[in-house]
Design a protein around this ligand. Sequence first.
Ligand code: DC
Length: 220
Amino acid sequence: MIVVIDGPAGSGKSSTAKAVAEKLDIQYLDSGALYRAATWIYNKSDQNRDKFFDTLNEVNISFKYSDAFFNVFVDGDDISSEIRSQDVNNSVSTVAAMPEVRVFINKLMHHAVSQNHYIADGRDLGTAVFPEAQLKFFMIADLEVRAQRRLKEMGETDVSLDQVRENIASRDNIDSNRDSDPLKKAPDAIEIDTTSYSFEEQVAFICEQIRPHLIATTKQ
Ligand code: DC
């Protein structure tokens, strides 16, 4: 079974999806982390497209969700912290807009979800990657709230709230307007505005929607 949550950066998708995965004992897939891993490779390739595509086809990207943490590995090296750097933040939307990269990451995701029950978060999961998903959610929140959440998530950092807000606004713009699978609400997605919901309310609401599907799938 696959349940998806799409929405802009900082809308609360990943923390909500992780809490839901814990409560329902299902797997969590952070599609943004995979685009970040590709971006980390792009930066290591000196942002040279030819070198980047060669490397992308040679390396092995893998991931593991354990203890409420989504770990990403490139050739066995854990790059989970490095993919959250400002260098990656600054180029991830450019890399995610490359159609070849989207095909590559989509394949990785399809392979994973065929093996287990998953809740995944991203931008285009309900529209382009898993249009067949049993349940789709679309999370939104005010830009200011999203910027504050992202800054808190980054922990100790030299980056200012203004820089985070600017980065999120610019990524929203690129993610929503790119030609390849832009950030878009699927017509059958349930919209949740997290500005006015408490975290616990969001998690409880989503779990309530998923439970009947989980029971039905397990019975088959
Ligand atoms: O969720 P995040 O901020 O970690 O995602 C990083 C970037 O990856 C985001 O700016 C857009 C891109 N992305 C995407 O294009 N499609 C997805 N399904 C998930 C993320």
